[in-house]
Design a binder for this molecule. Structure first.
Ligand SMILES: [Zn+2]
Length: 86
């Protein structure tokens, strides 16, 4: 067992849902740049979890932080689009 940052999954999933509306590049480099940008600006949420528990925890976190994550993803996409590193 090791601690796991739930926000990694929450942010990655949200990016996948939103990427078409963000209008940014979809290459791996740009996607990870966007994920890092967001993860560096929100508090991590570490858990030690068993399989099966993960999804109910994800839902709770999702609801709590959704607005922040959406705002940050939009900012990140804009910034990375202007200055892509790929
Ligand atoms: Zn790219």
């Amino acid at each position: 067992m090791k601690p796991y940052n739930l926000m990694e999954t929450v942010v990655t999933q949200k990016l996948d849902q939103m990427i078409d509306t963000l209008g940014c590049c979809k290459c791996e480099q740009c996607r990870w740049d966007i994920v890092c940008y967001v993860l560096n600006r929100i508090p991590p949420k570490y858990v030690i979890t068993h399989e099966g528990e993960l999804f109910s925890k994800l839902d709770t976190v999702n609801v709590q932080y959704e607005m922040d994550i959406v705002t940050l993803l939009t900012q990140a996409a804009r910034m990375i689009q202007k200055n892509p590193r790929h």
